[in-house]
Design a protein around this ligand. Structure first.
Ligand code: HEC
Ligand code: HEC
Length: 313
């Protein structure tokens, strides 16, 4: 807190307590002028009610005094009086840290017994999966969606299908999350021109069985072989070193309609997956991976069928 605000808060506290103290003393001492009949002379409800004068009850006075003193004690012990830290040195940050530590200890207790086990085993551990789900919702759902089905507008991939940009083994998934990823698809609009983009896009969609004009597909194939194979592979199956997607399946990072595909080829795309190493421990990331696997393999052991990113437009 800057010196000015500290002073300002102190001033407010002093004024507030001063007024309270003044009213308190006044209330005990003040003499209210009374009439001969012992009332104030105020008359209510057409003369039915007259306002009497009573002393403040003792309990009220004692309680107020106690509250007043408690206020003083609080401001001496705890932070509250501007920048003054209080005699006890208590801080909410420390309390938060204690809570975080207690929480970590709880997570640790769940995880330590299973540390050496496979991800599939973890996925069967309800406690770990539950922690993972909560962490997923807090940290990942904004981009990858509440059900981890991905978001083609953001280029955030589906995380519960068996199609992976960077590999679906435990180590690759942990690396993706802990260190982040940055996939770069260059822009080809200038090099290919409008016609060239359409042709190569036609070839690309034909790889996953979508019908496209045969002459475009043929011309696009030649262009693809000179310009795209370095990253997407000769057969278009992608490259997990570069995060270049498989173009032969029906799972699309940026949406499956022809306009989106041409847009990707013309203007390029960059996908940024943030790094979580600073914010999540490796164990926490494991619980998230366990939740993802649990989504993929339901109790029956069958792979989730509708796991592909659905285009929103
Ligand atoms: C700001 C948006 C954003 C957030 C938040 C985010 N991601 Fe990502 N994530 C992405 C994008 C975009 C990609 C694709 C990166 C690329 O194109 O190279 C990605 C890729 C991944 C991959 C690699 C997938 C593959 O197919 O290989 C994994 C795994 C992943 N994210 C998990 C997570 C988890 C777990 C969290 C939460 C801890 C998370 N992400 C939070 C945007 C995000
Ligand atoms: C330097 C490597 C590189 C080259 C060369 C390259 N790409 Fe890509 N491409 C990528 C990467 C990486 C991505 C994923 C971008 C992201 O993470 O958002 C991508 C994404 C795509 C997508 C989107 C796929 C989806 O699932 O939405 C298409 C389509 C595509 N590329 C087609 C092409 C075509 C056609 C060419 C040749 C004209 C080409 N790429 C050349 C690296 C490359």
């Amino acid at each position: 807190m800057s010196g000015f605000w500290s002073g300002w808060v102190k001033l407010l506290v002093v004024i507030n307590l001063g007024i309270t103290f003044f009213l308190f003393i006044m209330a005990l001492r003040i003499k209210i002028p009374t009439q001969a009949d012992g009332t104030t002379g105020h008359v209510w409800a057409h003369g039915v009610l007259r306002e009497g004068v009573r002393k403040l009850p003792l309990w009220w006075a004692l309680l107020s005094a106690a509250m007043f003193i408690a206020g003083f004690i609080y401001l001496t012990l705890y932070p509250g009086f501007g920048g003054f830290k209080g005699v006890l040195g208590w801080t909410s940050a420390e309390e938060l840290q204690r809570d975080v530590q207690a929480n970590n200890a709880k997570i640790e207790a769940v995880l330590q017994r299973h540390r050496g086990e496979s991800l599939e085993k973890w996925a069967g551990n309800t406690a770990a999966v539950e922690i993972g789900h909560r962490l997923y919702l807090d940290n990942c759902a904004a981009c990858h969606g509440g059900e981890a089905l991905g978001n083609p507008v953001l280029g955030a991939p589906n995380l519960i299908d068996d199609d992976w940009l960077y590999g679906g083994d435990l180590q690759s998934i942990l690396t993706s999350i802990l260190d982040g990823r940055n996939g770069v698809m260059p822009a080809w609009g200038t090099a290919l021109g409008r016609k060239g983009v359409n042709e190569v896009a036609a070839y690309v969609v034909s790889l996953s069985g979508v019908n496209a004009p045969a002459d475009w597909v043929a011309a696009g194939k030649t262009r693809y072989e000179t310009m795209c194979t370095a990253c997407h592979g000769i057969e278009g199956r992608g490259n997990s070193q570069l995060g270049a997607p498989n173009l032969t399946d029906r799972s699309w990072l940026h949406g499956d309609d022809f306009a989106r595909v041409t847009e990707t080829i013309r203007d390029g795309r960059t996908g940024v997956m943030p790094s979580w190493r600073e914010r999540l421990s490796e164990d926490e990331v494991r619980t998230i991976a366990a939740w993802l696997v649990a989504q993929r393999v339901p109790a029956g052991g069958r792979i989730h069928q509708n796991g592909h990113a659905k285009p929103t437009s």
